[in-house]
Design a protein around this ligand. Structure first.
Ligand SMILES: NC(=O)c1ccc[n+]([C@@H]2O[C@H](COP(=O)([O-])OP(=O)(O)OC[C@H]3O[C@@H](n4cnc5c(N)ncnc54)[C@H](OP(=O)(O)O)[C@@H]3O)[C@@H](O)[C@H]2O)c1
Length: 490
């Protein structure tokens, strides 16, 4: 279930939000501590869904400023009014908590515990204590300072499943995002989703629309495998949009999530049983190789893995920047003996450079500041190396920008002078934000064939999808998802 918290701040706003959340919410939480001058009978009447009434004090992350007696009195009133659920914290003074638990009538009580600073290594002793009280649902929410903290909550949910106890459990914070998505799959009773960005009732809350329509949390089963992108940062990644859409379209019953991690080995060892496959982004493309049982030969030559694939009980590392770039170039003829000028000599240049050299192209790389690093790559790929200032001296049939030049916000910059662009050139920009970079606009004006960074992004993602699922990727749909996401930024 998805629970949408109604966070006020006025009655007027709360009533509008109740109306707006009807299509998203399975259950609603009325956060009375956040709604000024709340009219509880009216809110309950207009809720339209089962309701949890919560009146949180400051030490538990709420805003209620009165005494504990006053706070609990409001919950007592919710019981009299016949609310479906009330939420009361373990930190409530004993006699008040006892009086609620012993006089709850037909109303179900959620007994909740919040830790806004950390996740203890073992939550079972706390669960055992809470489970001795006559509450209907237990809620334990902690703060994740490490991605592995989510697993502590999964272990707690496994215990509650075994006991057939209704349990709400997940981690807060950016590193807890995965447990907000997977808690229902792990047997949790519900997850919270905000009505809109900016209306979160706790740190790290995802919108209800994203939980429902992108992650499809209510459809995930215990056997659902977790796919995702590991990196640092991952908050800007579009992978969760494109892959979940492709999974949904093709009936692949799994989920794709962003995974913010620092230590690849620690993460991989702990999460391996849950994983179906991974995308890998900066800075982990080299470190992940140590965790693989097998590395695809092209990824081995590149020295970087951006895709982890499950092969029975083994893990294989691939590089789909390599194969995706070749797919994007494929419609424009064979690469054998073509003069290819790559601007930049970083990770993308390494993968695409290896791809075109493997196809028999003649490669020239450019350097900007870091000549030694670029020389090493040029030697490895047996290509030429020139300074970016000397690009007018290079023979070029295909120009590929693998530098960040032209990327937002510096959209007026171009890595290649417009006067050198001739209509026989194919110009491929790996930058995808904006979709139409200054380089691509100049190239179109000169009559060149152009390939945008979206093609690279979509093809490398499609290659990942096919490696994971063995099914053809819905590539047009994947392209539409990326274009829709990037369009407002144009
Ligand atoms: N479409 C996709 O799916 C996709 C995938 C991956 C990457 N990309 C794009 O590719 C770009 C590069 O990514 P990366 O991972 O390869 O980055 P990277 O490893 O940091 O390498 C960037 C390279 O660009 C060079 N460079 C920087 N400023 C330059 C300038 N003003 N003129 C010439 N060269 C310059 C750097 O050379 P020096 O060190 O000498 O300065 C370096 O060799 C990203 O910005 C991203 O937009 C797109």
């Amino acid at each position: 279930m998805i629970c949408v918290p109604i966070v006020g701040s006025t009655m007027d706003r709360a009533r509008k939000d109740l109306d707006a959340c009807q299509k998203l919410a399975d259950i609603i939480e009325l956060r009375l501590d956040l709604i000024d001058g709340f009219d509880l009978p009216l809110l309950l009447k207009e809720a339209g869904k089962p309701c949890i009434v919560t009146n949180r004090c400051k030490k538990d992350g709420g805003q209620f400023a009165g005494t504990e007696e006053e706070r609990v009195e409001i919950l007592r009133r919710a019981i009299e009014l016949g609310a479906d659920y009330i939420d009361i914290e373990t930190s409530t003074p004993g006699p008040l908590l006892k009086s609620i638990l012993e006089n709850k009538g037909g109303v179900k009580v959620i007994l909740s515990h919040h830790d806004f600073t950390r996740t203890p290594d073992d939550l079972i002793p706390l669960y055992d204590l809470m489970n001795q009280m006559p509450a209907d649902v237990l809620k334990i929410v902690t703060y994740a300072s490490d991605i592995n903290d989510n697993l502590t909550l999964f272990r707690l949910l496994a215990r509650a499943r075994k006991d057939e106890k209704q349990m709400i459990a997940f981690c807060m914070g950016e590193k807890g995002e995965i447990s907000r998505i997977l808690t229902v799959q792990q047997g949790g009773w519900l997850t919270f989703g905000s009505l809109a960005t900016g209306q979160e009732s706790a740190p790290g809350q995802i919108t209800a629309a994203t939980l429902k329509h992108i992650y499809r949390v209510n459809d995930l089963k215990l056997e659902t495998k977790v796919y995702g992108v590991i990196g640092d940062p991952v908050s800007k990644s579009m992978g969760y949009l494109i892959h979940n859409k492709a999974f949904q379209e093709t009936g692949w019953p799994h989920v794709y999530v962003p995974l913010l991690i620092q230590n690849v080995t620690r993460f991989f060892n702990a999460y391996e049983p849950y994983l179906g496959g991974l995308s890998v982004t900066m800075p982990h493309k080299e470190a992940i190789m140590k965790a693989m049982d097998r590395i695809d030969p092209a990824a081995e030559r590149i020295g970087a893995v951006n895709t982890v694939v499950s092969e029975g009980d083994q893990w294989a590392g691939h590089n789909t920047d390599y194969s995706g770039a070749l797919k994007a170039l494929e419609p424009h003829g064979p690469l054998k003996d073509k003069n290819i000028l790559i601007i930049g000599a970083g990770g993308t240049a390494k993968a695409i450079g290896q791809g075109v050299v493997d196809q028999g192209a003649k490669l020239t790389l450019t350097y900007n500041r870091n000549r030694d690093k670029a020389q090493e790559l040029a030697d490895h790929l047996q290509g030429k190396l020139i300074s970016i200032r000397d690009v007018d001296q290079a023979a070029v049939d295909i120009l590929i920008n693998c530098s960040p030049v032209g990327m937002a916000p510096n959209t007026n910059d171009t890595p290649y002078p417009a006067r050198l662009l001739k209509k026989e050139l194919v110009v491929f920009d790996s930058v995808y934000n904006p979709m139409a970079t200054r380089l691509l606009k100049d190239a179109q004006a000169a009559g060149c064939v152009t390939i945008s960074g979206v093609e690279l992004f979509v093809h490398q993602a499609a290659e990942q999808f096919e490696l994971w699922t063995g099914k053809p990727a819905p590539i047009d749909l994947m392209r539409r998802v990326v274009e829709d996401k990037l369009a407002p930024q144009q």
